[in-house]
Ligand binder design. Sequence first.
Ligand code: GLU
Length: 298
Amino acid sequence: MQLSPAGRFAPSPTSDLHLGNLRTALVAWLMARSTGRRFLVRIEDLDADRVAAASGVADRQLRDLAALGLDWDGEVVRQSDRIDLYADALAHLPTYECFCTRREIAESASAPHDDGYRPYGGTCRGLSDAEAADRRRGRPPALRIGAAGASSTVTDLWNGPVTGLVDDFVVRRNDGAYAYNLAVVVDDLAQGVDQVVRGDDLLSSSPRQAWLIGRLGGGAPQYAHVPLVLNQTGRRLAKRDGAVTLADLADAGIGADGVRSLLGHSLGLNQPAEPISADELLARWDPARLPREPWLYG
Ligand code: GLU
């Protein structure tokens, strides 16, 4: 069955959405709705420990999106319900077991990227069966994809071309959890997502993900990475920055309507404190006018 095109918002339910996440969600919704796409919400809850420590967050995230007037199509899917899909995809990919500790990875890797990501140096790629059996007695293996030194380029709507070397990244962690970089691609393909709008902290992951989509027989989506929201010290906005979630802001006297207006203003769509509905924002939305600088808040 051919799925109609879709955009999506895919939060990890590990903490309540803050203004930066809400702004990205709004942009994702505006992008999907202004281009006639379905808008999907997917809960990325594969990291069982972090999710368990943050119970109730996913429900609050959905409630917050609805309070801002962002609607979505169909059921919200949860990655924890889709393990078979990831296992099936993995069975079609070239992988190998990796026994490296964090420290070994750091020692073998080339210099970390700007975002701190360390491309894997390939230490376990050539292990013989006997060596692997021996190492398996010490620690359970992660699975890495054999990318054979590929390189991949995506063209981001706001950031232009981004080229990245594709290292042998982890597709299943050594605790058995499927890795974000695998699951996100499998789900986007399975759900017909052809427009990926998200925070620009994930920009450098997109060449890797686009390459994997190709390996799974799909075409790369349109990528559109939104500048992050920074606090006054120039750091990425975080919960410790004070009233940054809808609940905190409501306590400070700014309801969901006020937050929508604040976010719309940060996108150049309305005057400060101008009451505005989600549909009015949609009518005014023009992706070419998205501010390319991070939004300073606080
Ligand atoms: N779940 C990821 C996050 O919350 C986003 C994944 C994506 O949009 O590709 O950071």
